[in-house]
Design a protein around this ligand. Structure first.
Ligand code: ZN
Length: 302
């Protein structure tokens, strides 16, 4: 029956329904849009699925363009796991029946600074279309929300691949529990701090700030846009007023702007990982590194 479903999918191209199709090795192929979703899908899918990521390590995901092979992979996949609003090319390629939008699983927060339309839209001459979302898409930086996504993804895989339903649900529960532990560590570790203001290179940490009651001030909204001198002195003034000792830079973004700002404020810089690409460890270890960095920078006593 599964082999039949696979045949139908490849011949009918799209609108394949929700039956999971099997990859060559006999396991359903699941495509993840970028790293945190790849990690989550591997945790929940385990050895029952074959996971591939559309965004290669070290690549900034927002401006990803898909080659014809990747579009084909999305079309043929049993499921594509993505966050609508992060990557316009992926938003365009997915089919409703065979995709899972993690943003539909959680309560989202409004887009950073109300400039949603600027995020991930560096393409010159790109036509305006309905990729702009009103919410902040960086939801994976709150482990409690990611736990909810894990549970919903488990349900989705279970519904699509009924014979292995229990295995998906069990792994989803285990993953959600591990994320719950991480959430508690963050809540405790960031409970009492000298300052709660987080000055970041690009506004990726809204969910972290929302969950742990921090205040995020982004120097720029788009990782590829240089802030104006006016914006830099505005942030410098605010940083001084709020006792900020550290300006955060991030992996994949040039630290130049943060360094300029830090020298104006008399602050240091430190790297905070928005996990838009694969870290040296995995999601859990990178978030724990972020916690330690934040505790030092904000002067937290746990
Ligand atoms: Zn981003």
């Amino acid at each position: 029956m599964l082999a039949g479903a696979a045949l139908v999918t490849t011949t009918a191209a799209c609108g394949a329904g929700s039956a999971i199709t099997e990859a060559e090795g006999g396991r359903p192929e699941v495509v993840a849009a970028f790293y945190p979703l790849q990690w989550l899908t591997e945790q929940v899918g385990g050895s029952d699925v074959q996971v591939t990521s559309l965004t290669a390590p070290g690549v900034e995901p927002h401006d990803l363009e898909l080659g014809i092979q990747q579009v084909t992979a999305v079309r043929n996949a049993a499921l594509t796991v993505y966050v609508k609003g992060v990557q316009p090319a992926v938003d365009d390629a997915v089919e409703p029946d065979t995709s899972f939008d993690a943003a539909t699983a959680v309560k989202t927060i409004p887009a950073a600074g109300g400039h949603a339309e600027e995020h991930g839209h560096a393409e010159e001459g790109a036509e305006e279309h309905e990729h702009e979302v009103a919410y902040d898409p960086h939801l994976w930086l709150d482990p409690s929300r990611l736990a909810t996504v894990a549970t919903k993804l488990g349900e989705r895989l279970a519904a699509a691949d009924a014979p292995r339903a229990k295995a998906y649900q069990d792994r989803a529960a285990k993953t959600a529990a591990a994320l719950g532990t991480l959430d508690q560590e963050l809540a405790q570790g960031l409970g009492t701090c000298k300052t709660r203001t987080l000055v970041t290179a690009h506004e990726a940490f809204g969910y972290l700030a929302d969950r742990y009651k921090l205040k995020q001030v982004g120097i720029t909204l788009d990782p590829e846009t240089e802030p104006s001198p006016t914006r830099i002195s505005e942030v410098a003034k605010l940083a001084k007023a709020e006792g900020v000792t550290t300006i955060f830079t991030e992996t994949l973004v040039s630290p130049k702007v943060a360094e300029v700002l830090a020298s104006q404020v008399g602050a240091r810089t430190a790297v905070l990982d928005p996990l838009e690409s694969k870290p040296s460890g995995d999601y859990m270890s990178a978030m724990r590194d972020n916690l330690r960095t934040l505790q030092t920078a904000l002067g937290c006593t746990a």
